[in-house]
Design a binder for this molecule. Structure first.
Ligand code: GTP
Ligand code: MG
Length: 443
């Protein structure tokens, strides 16, 4: 699919929802000053910073920004008619061909805004989809992004065409308009049918990949598996490289990694585990993306242990932790054992900030993937987590019990073996979870 915001000149708009702000029902009170500089309220973090990063990553040039506090979004345009006029004016003066809203817009709001502003209007979700589309390398990632984009676009097709129909009708050059089946209306039907057919094909193809992936992941079940999860740009790939020498791409950009990479990781105690680096999360990750990246996230769902990597130097670290936990919840990964990794400790000037995070993650380890500081403590925490998951058992297994030997090979590790009169006397390390399978052979 095309790259929506490539090198376009963008004006960013954010609506801050605030109980005390003058809202649509309070027309008597004047709006606060137009720009962020004049925002009332306590000193706060820049609310458009993340959108700026997303838009820059997507390749557009940011020419200006507008913030508005409101009690609730205006149903028609999000910002209300006065602000729409101001946006039109600013966009014109700054030569912007694109207006990007930080807030999710409904199809109707996009239609109204495009009509009023006479410019392309997109929301944060579309920017994220766009970045995913440009960063997708593998066939799997490309198919998943295309599916998410089509599902996002499908309900908007009608509106786009109705909108164009109205614009043309407004200029008197074409019949049609609301409620008539003009050429636009027929075109929508064709487009929608094509989109739906493609969605069915994509889902089928992705399901095939997912089944293959599941086989691959379960074939690796003999190994202890660890997955890196975390907010985008937290340093997951840097950590993967530091721990395994994997040579994974690291960039100061959002969503550098879209495909899962798995590498062997030799712990200091000579135990080999598998470490997976995977796609980063973000607040309000478009749900179409979460759904279509199910296959990519198979490693996360199946991992024996998660390392939740946090950029501890980020002013929004606590909110980012909450956002990651919410995506993990959507993926059914909440029950998994997790170690918090407070990364970028080399950049944390404020020790208090680390303590706040540590309160959130009682067993967290502070480290720096960049300088290597604290990585030995991280390895030790992982080794402890593994040790806590296994028990040593002494077993006496009759030689004919083929299934027991197969289960031991699959789930555990045989440490000692001695045969005596058709009975195998074994000392084995097995996961606590699987210990029940061997209970009746216990000595
Ligand atoms: N100062 C400092 N910078 C770090 C550290 N770890 C990672 N970085 C930087 O943070 C940026 C993002 O790192 P990545 O490893 O690509 O982050 P990621 O979590 O894999 O990001 P995505 O794949 O985009 O989700 C890069 O510029 C890294 O150099 C660290 O411990 N200290
Ligand atoms: Mg990465």
């Amino acid at each position: 699919m095309r790259s929506t915001v490539y090198r376009e000149k963008a004006l960013l708009v954010g609506i801050l929802l605030d109980e005390n702000a003058p809202g649509a029902r309070d027309p008597g009170r004047p709006d606060p000053p137009a720009d962020d500089a004049g925002l009332p309220g306590p000193a706060r973090l820049d609310p458009l910073e993340e959108l700026e990063q997303l838009v820059t990553t997507a390749g557009a040039e940011i020419r200006g920004r507008i913030l508005q506090r409101r009690r609730r979004p205006d149903p028609a345009t999000g910002v209300g008619s006065g602000k729409v006029r101001e946006i039109a004016q600013r966009a014109g003066a700054l030569g912007c061909d694109l207006v990007i809203f930080d807030n999710e817009l409904s199809a109707g709001q996009v239609r109204n805004l495009e009509k009023a502003l006479d410019r392309k209007v997109i929301d944060r979700t579309e920017v994220i989809l766009d970045i995913f589309a440009t960063h997708a390398r593998s066939n799997q990632a490309k198919l998943q992004v295309e599916l998410a984009q089509l599902e996002y676009a499908l309900p908007r097709l009608r509106n786009l065409w109705t909108h164009l129909g109205q614009m043309v009708a407004g200029h008197g050059s074409l019949m049609g308009g609301i409620g008539t089946r003009g050429p636009g209306e027929q075109q929508i039907e064709v487009d929608r049918r094509l989109a739906r057919d493609r969605i069915i094909d994509l889902k089928r193809e992705i399901a095939r990949i997912e089944a293959r992936k599941r086989r691959e992941v379960s074939a690796r079940a003999v190994n202890f598996t660890v997955a890196l999860v975390g907010y985008t740009n937290a340093g997951k790939s840097t950590l993967m490289n530091a721990l395994t020498g994997a040579g994974v791409l690291v960039e100061d950009k959002l969503f550098s990694t879209l495909d899962t990479k798995t590498r062997a990781w030799m712990l200091p105690g000579r135990q080999k585990v598998l470490l997976s680096d995977t796609v980063g999360f973000i607040r309000n990750l478009p749900h179409h993306l979460v759904a279509s990246f199910h296959a990519t996230l198979e490693e996360v769902r199946e991992a024996n242990l998660l390392l939740h990597v946090v950029d501890a130097s980020h002013p929004e670290a606590v909110a980012q932790v909450a956002a990651v936990r919410s995506v993990l919840g959507a993926l059914d990964c909440t029950g998994q054992q997790t170690i918090g990794v407070l990364n970028k400790s080399d950049r944390v000037g404020d020790a208090l900030a680390l303590r706040v995070l540590e309160r959130d993650f009682p067993e967290a380890v502070a480290c720096s993937a960049k300088t290597g500081e604290g990585l030995d403590a991280l390895c030790a925490a992982v080794e402890r987590a593994i040790a806590g998951r296994f028990v040593e058992m002494t077993l006496a297994v009759p030689a004919g019990e083929g299934k027991v030997f197969a289960d031991l090979a699959r789930f555990g590790q045989i440490l000692e073996r001695r045969y005596d009169d058709g009975i195998a006397h074994l000392r084995a390390r097995v996961p606590i979870r699987e210990a029940g399978k061997f209970e009746r052979f216990k000595m």
